[in-house]
Design a protein around this ligand. Structure first.
Ligand SMILES: Cc1ncc(COP(=O)(O)O)c(C=O)c1O
Length: 416
């Protein structure tokens, strides 16, 4: 039968199915039928406490309740309220603001920052590069905006950052494109929990500078959505100073999100922040951000922006938020370490995990192995190269249990 097409997709083949929500639905159905205690749902990308309750920072809610009605009702300026533009850079850079020209624009979460960067720093139908383990929304954001997405290998055989693969892909595309947008999600990468070291970053920047010196324009988008969930968030920001070495053909943009760091997923608060050694490029950034915001969502959420400003400027409130975040982060890291140790003990290979909401297991048949796990009440997300475990959604005991169960399911599937 001929396929019915009414939406004028302008040449795009749109077949959007969200696997994660599909599997989460199966987990919920099983919990309903057989009881919640029979189900381990490690699909959800939000932070849940050890009893499975959605974590909401009390301090953030306290700040929300202190907002004025007009903060909710009024528009925000297109690029964000000026105080937010200032404060969001303080949150994002912490003690490691590079000595460069910087500017910020408010975006609806980190997703908005990715969208505006794609549209302004790559050309229609060009290819954008990220690594082979990646957050699937990158593909949607790229193709929705008439770009292609390709990948290099995140890891070497030894489990370190694969510079050679990155260089090979950059060479390939820069032979046919005069610019390249590179998206790097670190620290605490989704879906693996991997983080680039400062040495890795120095090499990435050297590589970008090499192309820049030949006249190519390189934009490095640092997706820092999970930066506050590392062992040491201050230390995790030290790489930002390395951007000071970029030449004028290399632009760094940080995607900042309040979704996880303030448990404000639904308020859509984020920012895109540029770092450049050239003032004109910084001014151009502010202009294009303003234009793109206007041409898409118009204005961000004023209440969310004002809330982050208030929480920063009130020392007592800031300390409260930091304390709550620290406690929850420690809970998450404990889960990650428990999962790592259990994997090691049973001989299950995992992608090197540093920190964050997720860990991943390389597997050639993630759908099939995932189905075997469903029979045991364990629900993980199958990805192209393996299975993703949402450490954010399960407690330490479940983390310890998941690793050997995955190992058993893989042995069963591969007939060991
Ligand atoms: C890798 C990554 N980047 C960015 C985001 C941004 O999310 P939001 O748009 O909710 O801030 C997420 C959220 O899941 C993510 O996993």
């Amino acid at each position: 039968m001929e396929k019915l097409i009414f939406a004028q997709g302008n040449g795009r083949e749109i077949s959007f199915m969200d696997k994660i929500f599909g599997i989460a639905g199966k987990a919920a159905a099983m919990a309903e039928k057989e009881g919640r205690d029979k189900v381990t749902d490690a699909t959800i990308g939000a932070l849940l406490d050890d009893e499975g309750k959605f974590v909401v920072f009390e301090s953030v809610m306290e700040g929300m309740l202190k907002l004025n009605p007009v903060d909710f009702a009024n528009y925000a300026p297109i690029s964000g309220i000026p105080a937010y533009i200032e404060v969001v850079q303080k949150y994002a850079f912490g003690n490691h603001k590079p000595n460069m020209f910087t500017a910020a624009a408010a975006t609806p979460g980190g997703s908005g920052a990715i969208r505006n960067t794609i549209v302004n720093y790559s050309k229609a139908w060009d290819t954008i590069l990220t690594c082979d383990w990646y957050w699937s929304a990158y593909h949607t954001l790229a193709t929705e905006n008439y770009r292609k997405l390709d990948t290099y290998n995140l890891l070497t055989e030894e489990g370190t950052y694969n510079h050679a693969s990155l260089k090979a892909k950059c060479d390939e595309y820069l032979a046919v494109q005069d610019s390249l947008l590179l998206i790097i999600n670190t620290p605490a990468h989704n879906p693996t929990g991997f983080s680039l070291t400062n040495d890795d970053w120095a090499k990435v920047i050297d590589l970008a500078n090499e192309y820049g010196a030949k006249g190519k324009k390189i934009t490095i988008f640092v997706d820092a959505a999970y930066i506050d969930y590392t062992d040491n968030p201050d230390e995790s920001r030290t790489f930002l100073k390395l951007f000071e070495k970029t030449n004028d053909n290399v632009l760094a943009i940080m995607g900042y999100s309040a979704s996880k760091g303030f448990t404000l997923y639904g308020m859509r608060v984020g920012a895109m922040i540029c770092m450049t050694n050239k003032e004109e490029i910084c001014k151009e950034f502010s202009n294009i951000a303003n234009f793109s915001c206007r041409g898409t969502w118009s204005n961000g959420t004023r209440a969310g922006q004002q809330l982050l400003v208030n929480l920063y400027n009130d020392k007592e409130m800031k300390a409260k938020v930091d304390k709550e975040r620290e406690e929850n982060k420690a809970m998450l890291i404990r889960r990650g370490r428990a999962f790592e140790a259990a994997a090691k003990e049973c001989g299950l290979e995992i992608v090197p995990y540093d920190a964050g909401f997720f860990a991943s297991i390389p597997c050639a048949n993630p759908d099939e192995v995932g189905e075997l796990l469903h029979k045991k009440g364990i629900f993980l997300v199958p990805l192209a190269a393996g299975l993703r475990v949402a450490l954010s959604a399960v407690n330490e005991a479940q983390c310890k249990m998941i690793a050997p169960e995955v190992k058993k399911a893989m042995d069963e599937y591969y007939g060991k």
